[in-house]
Design a protein around this ligand. Structure first.
Ligand code: BTN
Length: 258
């Protein structure tokens, strides 16, 4: 793995939430490794980064692929952050992470949108996802983030066939460690708002989320639901109005319909 960026070193040395970054060439899943480190006593503020995951995990039990074997380590950014939040605020962590990725993608020169809860889209094409897992025994969260930075020349297939990467949209190379520094700086700031003033975070999230106002199909743990996404609750849930009434969805996969 390459030497870390000076901005990352500055972030670690300054008065930041992030106190350590572990770099790996290859792991099963950075989320699993961050959880393991927490169980071994690592405090919140640890970030685990890998060039390649052998068993990267997405939401709803899906796998998360990177393109390190064909496009090299810079194709994707794969990281997991160990954080502690009060239990009542934990539902907002996925939104905070989505906003942080959105910020970093924008700083890289692209024009992203958020699809609830935290898919980052360029046009209607996904370029990043977030998997937040809670370690209930330790009252910690693992915030796992995967960003497709530069998949130019990579052939995609299956359900990611219509996804994209930041460089495919901007036409420019993305400096991975600078992008990570932007992302971590922003994530710290949004996580701060989660505890101090969630209304600031929710207002910013609403302004960037293209799901509210759309016709949607939502796959929830309890089944599928179709309707119009009409609002966000204070806990980050999506309010969906369907023929059967209005439902507050806490977790699910959204498909934007026409
Ligand atoms: C999604 O399904 O959209 C969420 C994808 C999250 C992928 C990231 S990559 C780094 C971290 N480690 C994992 O195994 N998953 C997350």
């Amino acid at each position: 793995m390459e030497a870390p960026h000076p901005r990352l070193a500055a972030l670690l040395e300054g008065p930041s939430l992030w106190h350590g970054i572990e770099y790996h060439d290859e792991v099963d899943s950075t989320n699993d490794l961050a959880a393991e480190q927490a169980r071994r006593g690592a405090p919140p503020g640890l970030v685990v980064v890998a060039d390649h995951q052998r068993a990267g995990r997405g939401r709803r039990g899906r796998s998360w692929e990177d393109a390190a074997d064909t496009a090299g380590a810079g194709a994707s950014l794969l990281l997991s952050c160990l954080v502690a939040l009060p239990e009542r605020a934990a539902t907002l962590a996925p939104l905070a992470a989505g906003l942080a990725v959105h910020d970093a993608v924008r700083r890289a020169g692209a024009d992203p949108d958020l699809k609830w809860p935290n898919d980052v889209l360029l046009g209607e094409r996904k370029c990043a996802g977030v998997l937040v897992e809670s370690l209930t025994d330790l009252r910690r969260l693992v915030v796992g983030i995967g960003v497709d930075l530069d998949w130019r020349g990579v052939e995609r297939g299956g359900e990611t066939a219509d996804w994209t990467s930041v460089a495919e949209e901007t036409g420019a190379e993305v400096e991975r460690w600078g992008f990570l520094a932007d992302l971590l700086g922003s994530l710290e700031s949004w996580l701060g708002d989660v505890t101090t003033d969630p209304s600031v975070l929710l207002a910013r999230y609403r302004s960037r989320c293209v799901t509210v106002g759309r016709r949607v199909r939502v796959l929830t743990p309890g089944g599928a639901l179709a309707g119009t996404a009409v609002d966000l609750d204070r806990d980050g849930s999506l309010t969906v109005r369907s023929e059967d009434g209005t439902v507050s969805v806490q977790a699910g996969d959204v498909e934007h319909l026409a």
